[in-house]
Design a protein around this ligand. Structure first.
Ligand code: ADP
Length: 931
């Protein structure tokens, strides 16, 4: 289609018929081109070839705004092939997103208003191509910085001057535009910098007089001129105080090409001097001479003044630093030494130079290193720090320093100055002092502690006998606190003792000597109690032997005194007792074999002086029959240390025989050797006689008792047989002859049987009674409840017959003879039923705990007993009733009593006639336990 359209552009086709070579380049006038075109009439392809040689994108449209030619550069730029666009009016697509006229469209239409409208910026007739227009257009959205295009557009006219088409060429000027912009910006920045800089900037000529080409406002200001224009009126040389300086400056500049930081003394508009620092660079002409000079000027008057002052002060300061006795160094926060004075170097034993760069840590003790961080922290916070530290020098000797550090600069690692003052001697002294102070303190506190805790009273009095110091013991003796004493006189604190005290003090002041004495009196501590002290009063003298006070020590001996008196009294009492008791005291000194006697010995030894006695003389009083016994006892005591105890007969001076109980004990010396034997001897003749008589009576009694028991046993036992015979024959007699005999005879037989039966009962009871003690002890745990159950069971018939009731609750288990316990309760219960005329005899059996004992009680509601009968009822064969009233043998309670006593218990009763009886027996806990 495109090709067809090309053909249709007949105008061009016709006009560009001939091939020809012609030059198409920028700057070629379109009219020339048109002329050439007219002349040569080259064909369109040829023209295309020519355009294709151009590096600029170019295209041609015809009068109908259709693309006729589209060169290679255009293809590259637009990425649209000429074959695709030729013949169309789509050339706008290269530049715009929607259809709008391109420059060439407006130019061929000669629409100048449109041109102005669509290309408002920089659209103007071209200076280079006549009749052509140029414009620049910015496309902000093309490329990273947008795109600037520069267009050149011209019309193509025919011979008649009619417009037959248009030619548009353009160039991408983005790079140039950006560079221009940047340059402009930087120039602006630079200008504003120069304008606003505090530093003076100038450009001048290099001839000796020198003319200013340009200066900035700061330059004018530095020299006191109102504006750059004003200063530019003068010559450069006019600024110099010394003309030679300018000459020198130019020479150096000529030689070096540039000068940096040259200090120059110049003068201001008001002729005052000004120190400046000038840096300048020469700009050379091609021929080698200096075209102009650019330079910068800085007012350094203040800096130089400050530097001079600093230098001065540094000099002064260094001379101080060097001359002070202290060590001085400058270091950073880490401790790296930057500078130091000689003294510091000497302290560490190094040369000054050696120390620069070394770290202070190398000389610090571990102790110092441990608190280094804290010191640095404090220094950073406060700016200064003072501390004590120890430093070890090259020789290894440690010195102590008082160190004062302060910050000079916080920048970087910091800059710190430290002054070190050697305080080793002071430290050592302090240490020594501390040590001795500690020692003294310790000793003082020891003394103080001893003083205060001393069991005896101690105090210091001044010359007016006022308390300066007092310990706890004495304060307690006086009855006040130690503090209450201080400053008070003895008269105020111990008025009862003050008179004695004042007398002692007087003596001390007169003689200057210590006084010891016993003191008696009362103090507030024990109201009214007279107490005794042993007191020592010692004068305290100053260096000129003047008495300045009194040291007093007091030991209370009240109790000792009392004890002594009590001892004396008790000894006296003992002596009187012994003497009163007729006791002889004897002391046998074993070592020198001397016997000494006291008390009632005169009966034995006879009146007159006591003869010298030894062991053998002592034994000579002993009855020959007891001698062996006595000697053995002595030996045993001496040998085994046993107490000596012997009963012996003695023969007195008057030949009478006396029983003596002699007791003794060995007293040993410190080495454990028997030293003395002491003892007493008691005349027991009377006791002995009684005792012997008693023994005899007992023996006789025992024998008769045994005989009696034997008799009772034998009698009751042996009587059983003939009695049984009598009874059985009487029964037989009754059986056979009862109805054959007269009534009297029958009555006699009946009496005889009755008597025999009673006798049998009595004999049985007597046998039981005699057997009680004969029985060998068979004690075991007995549950009384069981016994009562058994009895209730056995007496069932009697109980029923008598309508009796037996009550018993929980009863203890006791240790006893089971059979005898049955006997005991049986007798008591049967009596309670028997001696009872109530319709319902009732018996209560209880046991009650009293202390450790069990008290058993058998209580009935029977006829009761007249208390006047006393213990008669417990005696054998003793009855209160005739057999007609109540049957019985009178042995029941005797058996009960004997059983009770055999167990070690006791029986009693309480009763009133008609009010029932209570029988008691106690079972002691102790016995119960033992049984
Ligand atoms: P006996 O019952 O065989 O007469 P005892 O020795 O048992 O002999 O009693 C002695 C006497 O004590 C009795 O004759 C009686 O008078 C009196 N007696 C004993 N127990 C009781 C009692 N529970 N109540 C009243 N009197 C009693």
């Amino acid at each position: 289609m495109g090709r067809q359209k090309i053909k249709e552009t007949s105008l061009f086709h016709k006009n560009i018929k001939k091939r020809g070579i012609y030059k198409v380049s920028e700057g070629v006038e379109v009219t020339d081109f048109n002329n050439s075109l007219k002349k040569l009439n080259p064909d369109l392809v040829e023209l295309n070839n020519i355009m294709n040689c151009s590096p600029l994108p170019q295209f041609v449209i015809d009068r109908d705004h259709r693309v006729v030619l589209w060169n290679k550069a255009m293809e590259d730029y637009s990425q649209i092939k000429s074959t695709d666009i030729v013949g169309t009016d789509h050339h706008w697509k290269v530049f715009y997103d929607s259809k709008r006229p391109c420059m060439v469209d407006l130019v061929i239409n000669e629409d100048l208003e449109g041109l102005e409208y669509w290309f408002p910026h920089r659209c103007k007739p071209s200076q280079q191509v006549k009749g052509a227009y140029e414009a620049e257009q910015y496309y902000p959205h093309r490329g990273p910085q947008g795109t600037h295009l520069h267009f050149t557009v011209s019309t193509i006219r025919n011979h008649d001057g009619e417009i037959i088409g248009g030619f548009e060429s353009f160039e991408d000027i983005t790079k140039r535009k950006v560079a221009e912009k940047e340059l402009q910006e930087s120039e602006e920045k630079f200008r504003s910098l120069i304008e606003n800089l505090n530093v003076g900037v100038y450009r001048n000529t290099s001839d000796p007089g020198g003319t200013f080409i340009q200066v900035n406002p700061a330059f004018a200001q530095i020299f006191g001129y109102d504006s750059p224009d004003e200063i530019m009126q003068i010559n450069v040389m006019d600024l110099y105080v010394n003309k030679e300086d300018r000459v020198l400056f130019l020479e150096d500049l000529q030689r070096e090409g540039s000068i940096t930081d040259r200090k120059l003394l110049l003068k201001k508009k008001d002729y005052s001097n000004i120190w400046v620092s000038v840096s300048a660079r020469a700009h050379y002409h091609e021929e080698g001479f200096i075209d102009w000079v650019d330079g910068m000027v800085e007012d350094t008057t203040h800096r130089i003044e400050a530097e001079e002052a600093l230098q001065k002060s540094e000099k002064r300061y260094r001379s101080i630093v060097e001359n002070i006795n202290d060590g001085f160094c400058i270091h950073d926060f880490k401790g790296v030494i930057q500078d130091c004075n000689e003294n510091f170097a000497l302290m560490l034993g190094f040369g000054r130079e050696e120390l620069i760069g070394t770290n202070l840590d190398e000389f610090s003790s571990t102790r110092m290193l441990s608190f280094k961080n804290d010191v640095v922290d404090e220094l950073k916070n406060k700016g200064v720090v003072e501390f004590d530290g120890d430093v070890r020098g090259k020789n290894g000797i440690r010195h102590y320093y008082s160190i004062n550090s302060s910050i000079i600069s916080q920048e970087g690692e910091g800059k710190v100055q430290s002054f070190l003052r050697d305080v080793t001697k002071r430290k050592e002294m302090e240490k020594k002092l501390l040590k001795s102070e500690n020692k003294a303190h310790k000793r003082l506190s020891e003394i103080e502690a001893i003083y205060n805790s001393a069991p005896m009273g101690l105090c210091v009095l001044d010359c007016d006998l006022r308390y300066l110091r007092i310990n706890k013991s004495m304060a307690e003796m006086n009855g006040f606190s130690p503090q209450e004493h201080i400053g008070k006189s003895i008269h105020e604190m111990v008025p009862d003792l003050s008179q004695q005290g004042e007398a002692i003090a007087k003596e001390i002041f007169q003689t200057g000597k210590a006084v010891s004495m016993e003191m008696n009196g009362t103090t507030a501590a024990q109201d009214g109690a007279v107490r005794t002290w042993i007191e020592g009063w010692y004068p305290i003298k100053d260096s000129s032997h003047q008495i300045v006070g009194i040291n007093m020590a007091a030991l209370e001996i009240t109790d000792i005194k009392r004890a002594n008196e009590a001892l004396k009294k008790s000894e006296e009492k003992l002596r009187l007792t012994i003497e009163g008791a007729g006791v002889i005291m004897w002391f046998w000194n074993i070592e020198n074999d001397r016997v000494e006697c006291r008390g009632h010995y005169k009966h034995i030894l006879g009146p007159g002086p006591i003869p010298d006695m030894g062991y053998n003389e002592l034994l000579s009083f002993v009855h020959p029959d007891d001698l062996e016994k006595v000697e053995t006892a002595f030996q045993k005591t001496l040998q085994y240390g046993e107490d000596f105890k012997v009963e012996t007969r003695t023969i007195w001076k008057d030949k009478s025989v006396h029983w003596f109980s002699i007791m003794g004990r060995v007293v040993y010396d410190l080495q454990g050797k028997p030293q003395e034997m002491i003892g007493i001897a008691l005349d027991i003749t009377n006791n002995k006689i009684v005792q012997l008589e008693l023994q005899e009576t007992l023996r006789i009694l025992k024998r008769s008792n045994a005989e009696l028991e034997q008799f009772a046993y034998v009698a009751s036992h042996d009587l059983q047989e003939p009695l049984r015979m009598i009874t059985s024959f009487l029964q037989l007699l009754k059986l056979r002859y009862e109805n054959q005999l007269d009534s009297d005879a029958n009555e006699f037989i009946h009496f005889a049987i009755d008597g025999a039966t009673r006798m049998q009962e009595m004999i049985n009871d007597l046998l039981t009674y005699s057997r009680i003690d004969r029985k060998r002890g068979d004690f075991k745990e007995v549950k009384i409840e069981d016994i009562l159950q058994q009895i209730t069971f056995e007496y069932k018939l009697l109980i029923q017959e008598k309508n009796a009731v037996i009550h018993f609750g929980e009863l203890p288990v006791i240790t006893a003879d089971y059979t005898q316990m049955v006997q005991l309760f049986q007798n008591l219960i049967s009596n309670s039923i028997k001696y009872n005329d109530q319709p319902c005899p009732t018996i209560h059996i209880t046991a009650e705990k009293q202390d450790n004992d069990w008290i058993f009680k058998v209580a009935d509601n029977g006829i009761g007993i007249d208390p006047q009968q006393g213990d008669r009822i417990f005696k054998i064969f003793q009855r209160l009733h005739s057999p007609d009233e109540y049957e019985g043998t009178g042995i029941g309670l005797a058996i009960v009593k004997r059983i009770v006593e055999r167990h070690g218990w006791r029986i009693w009763y309480d009763s009133q006639p008609g009010k029932g009886s209570n029988f008691y027996f106690n079972i002691p806990g102790r016995l119960n336990h033992e049984i």
